[in-house]
Design a binder for this molecule. Structure first.
Ligand code: ATP
Length: 202
């Protein structure tokens, strides 16, 4: 799986639809202070399912919507689309039915976020799992924000372990284990109830 295009519409300072083509190899984004370099990286994190407003340098998730400027009114929604080249068919099974996958996340004021994968409605969890299984995601150490290198150097062993687990593509397993534990607990509770019913009947 290779990211080939990022499209931002109404996301932070990118009020008009803006395409960023991602070619093979290393991609560098250069520009003067305040031109939106970090906003691009945040758009990538956001479309991969980031849900912490602080990771978007905001107080609430709606802060990613274009807030207006002297000459332009605020927008009512923000949308980011990520095109993934899946010609090699390396995507997880649920997404592996086409050579190209388009993931779209849209947030509308007072409504919230919705995700689509190739025009199909999907849950945030499906998107987060897609990227976790592909050894990337909104918290991937491959997305290096300002100040992060010194944080990594000073990181505690537990934090370093998370980076290795992410690189190995097993970070999605934690969420699945948690969900399996919840189901197991619910099944045990049901079994207890069945026992109680049997006891009252005998
Ligand atoms: P630097 O090189 O200084 O780190 P940068 O190129 O990374 O800057 P960003 O931090 O990505 O720039 O962009 C900051 C710009 O985005 C600011 O001008 C800010 O006003 C604008 N901005 C952020 N959020 C919004 C929003 N919701 N609506 C409109 N503009 C926004």
């Amino acid at each position: 799986m290779r990211f080939s295009k990022l499209r931002l519409t109404g996301f932070k300072s990118f009020v008009d639809p803006t395409d960023l083509l991602i070619h093979d190899g290393l991609t560098g984004v250069v520009g003067p202070n305040g031109c939106g370099k970090s906003n691009l990286l945040e758009a990538l994190r956001w479309v991969m399912g980031e849900n912490r407003p602080t990771a978007m340098r905001g107080g609430g998730m709606e802060d990613v919507i274009f807030a207006g400027a002297a000459s332009r009114p605020a927008r009512n929604f923000a949308e980011v689309s990520l095109i993934i080249d899946n010609a090699e068919r390396l995507a997880p099974a649920a997404f592996n039915d086409s050579d190209q996958i388009e993931i779209v996340r849209r947030i509308t004021r007072d409504v919230g976020s919705a995700y689509k994968a190739n025009s199909r409605d999907v849950r945030a969890r499906d998107i987060q799992m897609l990227f976790a299984d592909a050894s990337t995601g909104s918290q991937s150490p491959a997305l290096v924000r300002q100040g992060q290198i010194s944080e990594l150097i000073n990181a505690k062993p537990k934090a370093r372990r998370r980076i290795l687990e992410e690189a190995a593509g097993i970070s999605g397993l934690y969420q699945r284990r948690h969900e399996a534990e919840l189901k197991l607990n619910a099944a045990e509770q049901n079994l207890k109830r069945v026992d109680d019913v049997i006891e009252t009947l005998t």
